[in-house]
Design a protein around this ligand. Structure first.
Ligand code: SF4
Length: 367
């Protein structure tokens, strides 16, 4: 593609106007987002979103070699959207002991991981000292391991249960060794949808407030958006607007991660069993174009399927996620992908798309 004339390469009239803005580094509007979320001209969407990816990252596509640690599935909230959580006393409820966590991390470290990704249920009996000890033990096993841990929902809950502020909670976890926060729990901010899919979860405004605090303390985070359940394109555009607005103020989001909802074993019947390929492309390309101020866009191959995730590398995605050894959450909801992708598997998909695989961690090696 000749980047000197991006707008000339776009044929759809409305998308051409959007291309002119992108080319001139002018943020696109919510109306533009609504149009992009409904257009069938995905090739033009691809030209614009790919332009941004190349401009930001050249031919690099990032991936990580990590393990997933879902330390408990016991959760007080029991959100209807969740297939993973259990009540205490259920026969398949579990809470990993700190010794068991150490054993699992030691095994994964021997296989060469760079990073541990930690999220879990909201267990009513666990307080901040348990999580500090967990992080310290992991750091002891491999001092340079990168730890990306605890969603804004978990941080808010730990603070409440431990009767300390969010700031104090974050400070203690940073001191123990966490390097970044995942972006989970954002779901979709619109209250009328959130009240159906996760009525007991903190509202979107609180999620954003906790992220603001994390960013102000120097912690870089992801932001997610769950789609393909009860939302419409207005809810998606509204979500993107709120993320972009906070990013304008803090600059702390490093990566945006749209998450495809799977409804198996959940209390939600999605409007459609699964999204179509065009839906995924519209969501990812629009996210890339609208969130001009967030450097990375991540596709989780486990949620999307490896083939669709690979295609999205030409629709704005520059981060192909990670190996995620032992992932539990999306597989509880019926994802058909394996729960472990080898490094070879990820590199092959990236190289086969004509891009250069770059092994990294959730912080992209930025110290
Ligand atoms: S989505 Fe998170 S907070 Fe909600 S029930 Fe599942 S584990 Fe708990």
């Amino acid at each position: 593609m000749n980047f000197m004339n991006l707008p000339d390469t776009v044929t759809n009239k409305k998308l051409k106007k959007i291309a002119v803005k992108v080319f001139g580094e002018i943020p696109v509007s919510k109306t533009d987002a609504l149009y992009m979320l409904s257009t069938n001209d995905i090739l033009d969407l691809g030209k614009i979103s790919n332009f941004i990816r190349v401009k930001l990252h050249g031919d690099a596509a990032y991936y990580g070699v990590n393990m997933n640690l879902n330390f408990t599935n016991i959760c007080e909230l029991r959100c209807p959207l969740c297939a993973f959580s259990r009540d205490e006393g259920d026969k398949d409820a579990y809470l990993l002991s700190l010794d068991e966590i150490s054993r699992r991390v030691e095994t994964a470290v021997l296989s060469g991981i760079d990073e541990v990704h930690i999220v879990g249920g909201l267990h009513p009996e666990l307080k901040i000292d348990y999580f500090e000890e967990m992080i310290r033990r992991i750091k002891k096993i491999k001092p340079d391991i990168f730890i990306v841990a605890f969603t804004a929902v978990e941080i808010g809950y730990f603070a409440k249960k431990s009767k300390i502020t969010v700031k104090e909670t974050l400070k203690r976890l940073i001191d123990a060794g966490i390097g970044a926060m995942p972006g989970g729990g954002a779901e979709i901010f619109s209250p009328h949808v959130r009240n159906i899919i996760a009525p007991a979860k903190i509202p979107g405004s609180r999620w954003l407030q906790i992220m603001r605090t994390a960013h102000e303390m120097g912690l870089r985070t992801n932001a997610t958006m769950l789609y393909n359940h009860k939302e419409d394109i207005g809810d998606i555009a509204d979500h993107l607007v709120k993320i972009r607005r906070l990013q304008d103020e803090t600059g702390g989001f490093k990566t945006f991660v749209p998450l495809l909802f799977h409804d198996t074993n959940t209390g939600i019947r999605a409007r459609r069993k699964t999204s179509t390929g065009y839906d995924d492309i519209r969501i990812y390309a629009t996210s890339r174009i609208f969130l001009h101020n967030i450097p990375h866009l991540k596709a989780l191959w486990m949620y999307l399927g490896d083939k669709m995730a690979q295609v999205l590398l030409r629709f704005g995605v520059d981060d192909f996620a990670a190996t995620y050894y032992n992932e539990k959450v999306v597989h509880a909801a019926g994802a058909k992908t394996p729960d472990y992708g080898s490094e070879t598997f990820l590199k092959r998909l990236i190289e086969n798309a004509g891009l250069k695989p770059v092994r990294t961690t959730a912080n992209y090696w930025i110290k």
